[in-house]
Design a protein around this ligand. Structure first.
Ligand code: SF4
Length: 150
């Protein structure tokens, strides 16, 4: 079976598979909602997991009434420093720690822990592939301690 993260689809095919127009998909890329794989010859390719991500974005736009700015703001609410995770010293040097409308992979100044990272493969960027609600994701990452005293 083919690796679902392998970038194989050109833009037109990724758009077709995700029932998205080529124009809309270009917009998602321009806004940083989707980061395509860039080949050494500067071609952009998409994987099956990218298609899942695009479908998740479409679901939020079509069913929940978000617009593209809202989508970006939603991604910006993810506490990337807890998921990556980053030290307090790293977070204090990173715009993602305080940004309310830019996802961490879009901020201008990243902390030392992220400066050389490939965001495409980071668990923070990849969360929407599962297309769960944010609370559901947090329940996964930070399970409730059943034994906590009231
Ligand atoms: S590597 Fe990129 S996606 Fe991951 S936490 Fe850092 S900035 Fe965000």
């Amino acid at each position: 079976m083919q690796d679902p993260t392998k970038p194989v689809y050109p833009l037109r095919v990724a758009a077709e598979l995700s029932r998205t127009s080529v124009y809309a998909l270009r917009q998602y890329v321009d806004l940083g909602l989707v980061i395509p794989y860039r080949t050494p010859t500067n071609r952009y390719l998409y994987s099956q997991t990218d298609v899942q991500r695009i479908l998740c974005i479409r679901k939020h736009l079509d069913e929940f009434g978000l617009n593209l700015a809202g989508m970006s703001t939603l991604f910006a609410q993810v506490p990337c420093w807890l998921i990556k995770p980053c030290s307090e010293a790293d977070a204090s040097q990173c715009d993602a720690y305080t940004s309310l409308n830019k996802p961490c992979w879009q901020v201008t100044t990243k902390g030392p822990a992220c400066q050389q990272e490939n965001c495409r493969t980071c668990p923070v960027y990849r969360l929407p592939e599962q297309c769960q609600d944010l609370k559901g994701l947090f329940r996964t990452f930070f399970p409730h301690n059943q034994e906590t005293e009231p």
